[in-house]
Design a protein around this ligand. Structure first.
Ligand SMILES: *Cc1c(COP(=O)(O)O)cnc(C)c1O
Length: 246
């Protein structure tokens, strides 16, 4: 009688660790190459490793490999994974890159160091209130809906200048930059260039743009933060990937 195959957890963990470490250094090398080709300093671009839909153990592997900057798109999922990881790695930096509801602002500010998805005045005000109450100082980015997609969050490009001015008033120096998520089937460079123009004419320094498929293009067009999930952690597990989009 053939014995049932035994799943070797230790071996699987080790493979995962090797892959994430390798992926991080491969992405880092490609980022540096793209920065140099654009005449930029490699350390002017930060890799935000998007760990959404992956277990805390995956982020833990990246932390052990020396990576420190991560992103999640849901507050609740971040709360399940990050308090323990931050206890162990106090200098880990967590970005929120998904939509934020006002009733979660308190929890988001408590846990996140950067909030990338401000897209309405009430949210900006709620964040400013929470920042002054909590004494925490997350950096803030405004999300621009460069593709004007109805299902996507973000301020429309035509409304960007006045909204940025309003947020500069409300948030002051906490407001650092802009982020965008181009439409899936569009040429991303047009969106990256547009985001760069809006930031430049409003005096904002930081640009969060570029994901696994297009981060080199984004760096060429001035990205200071690229958000790479699949390229670091592999494909998202299908059973969680769906929820993680929302
Ligand atoms: C999931 C996600 C990413 C990462 O996408 P990949 O294609 O896996 O690199 C980047 N930005 C945001 C806002 C995301 O939700």
């Amino acid at each position: 009688m053939a014995s049932a195959p035994v799943f070797n957890h230790a071996a699987a963990e080790m493979t995962q660790e090797t892959d994430i470490r390798k992926n991080l250094s491969a992405i880092g090398a490609r980022m540096a190459g793209a920065a140099e080709a654009a005449g930029r300093a490699p350390d002017s671009v930060t890799l935000v490793a998007i760990s959404k839909a992956h277990p805390a153990s995956a982020a833990h592997q990246a932390l052990i490999a020396g990576h420190r900057v991560f992103g999640e798109n849901r507050v609740q999922e971040a709360e399940q994974k990050w308090p323990a990881l931050k206890d162990e790695f106090p200098n880990a930096v967590l970005h929120l890159v998904g939509a934020l509801q006002r009733n979660k602002v308190h929890r988001a500010v408590a846990l996140c160091d950067v909030i990338q998805t401000i897209d309405r005045p009430k949210l900006a005000r709620a964040l400013a209130d929470e920042i002054s109450k909590s004494g925490r100082e997350p950096q803030c980015f405004i999300q621009i809906n460069t593709g004007e997609e109805p299902q996507k969050g973000g301020i429309l490009p035509e409304a960007a200048d006045s909204f940025i001015a309003e947020c500069q008033d409300i948030l002051g120096p906490a407001l650092r930059g802009l982020m965008c998520i181009p439409p899936l089937d569009d040429e991303p460079s047009l969106h990256f260039a547009l985001l760069g123009e809006i930031a430049a004419r409003n005096g904002l320094q930081e640009l969060s743009m570029g994901m696994s498929g297009d981060f080199e293009t984004a760096i060429r067009l001035g990205a200071t933060h690229v958000r790479v999930g699949t390229g670091v952690f592999g494909e998202r597990p299908p059973f969680m990937a769906k929820a993680a989009e929302g």
